[in-house]
Design a protein around this ligand. Structure first.
Ligand code: FAD
Length: 177
């Protein structure tokens, strides 16, 4: 990524970025695109540019996420999925045509504003693929679609897929005993 930037932009970032640190469109390290582990690795190399983060680690070797700092890519993701799945859980069983239209607009706007640019770009591309356009005609449809969208990211990251037959237990009713 550094190689793709012009010289003026490169001057604004550390010379050697640790693996996992992603640059934003402004050519600077993008916090919401980078894991906290990579961010701290970079902070060790250039403490002046990230001094606020260096005071909040619990131990020197195992970075824990500071509760009062801007989110890294994982914290942002967990919070975002919590909001998105919770929205599907409170979505009407039979939404009006107007709400369905507004919901599609919301998802498309969300996918453009998502702060991790490459996450946003991949999410938009996934939605454009055959059969992946948002399904919002009922709570069950919307909840299942969101689960599939989340699973696409899980697969991309090498994580286990979630059983979408259980999305409602996870996000609305609670687990059956
Ligand atoms: P999360 O994946 O955040 O899941 C939170 C909880 O949701 C889980 O504990 C589980 O109980 C439940 N869950 C898991 N899967 C499903 C599912 N399919 N349906 C319903 N519930 C489920 N991170 C990247 O590193 N690269 C990316 O490209 C990327 N793209 C993203 C795109 C979007 C639109 C969003 C919202 C997030 C993206 N993320 C990305 C963040 C990533 O998905 C995770 O949120 C992050 O890695 C933290 O993962 P986690 O293991 O804590 O659990």
């Amino acid at each position: 990524l550094v190689e793709e930037k012009n010289e003026e932009q490169i001057e604004t970032v550390p010379k050697r970025l640790p693996k996992g640190v992603v640059l934003g469109p402004d050519g600077k390290p993008c916090r919401s695109c980078t894991s906290v582990a990579s961010w701290f690795a970079m902070a060790k190399k250039s403490p002046a540019s990230t001094s606020s983060t260096t005071t909040t680690t619990a131990t020197a070797d195992v970075p824990t996420y500071p509760p009062d700092c801007p989110p890294d890519v994982e914290q942002l993701g967990r919070s975002s999925w919590t909001l998105l799945h919770s929205i599907t859980a409170s979505y009407p069983v039979s939404p009006s045509p107007q709400l369905q239209s507004e919901t599609k607009t919301f998802i498309h706007t969300f996918s453009k504003l998502y702060p991790c640019w490459y996450c946003a770009s991949d999410f938009q591309a996934w939605m454009k693929a055959d059969g992946n356009a948002p399904r919002v005609s009922s709570r069950d449809e919307f909840g299942s679609w969101m689960c599939e969208a989340h699973n696409a990211v899980n697969v991309k990251l090498g994580k286990k897929e979630f059983d979408c037959g259980k999305w409602e237990e996870r996000w609305r009713t609670g687990w059956k005993d």
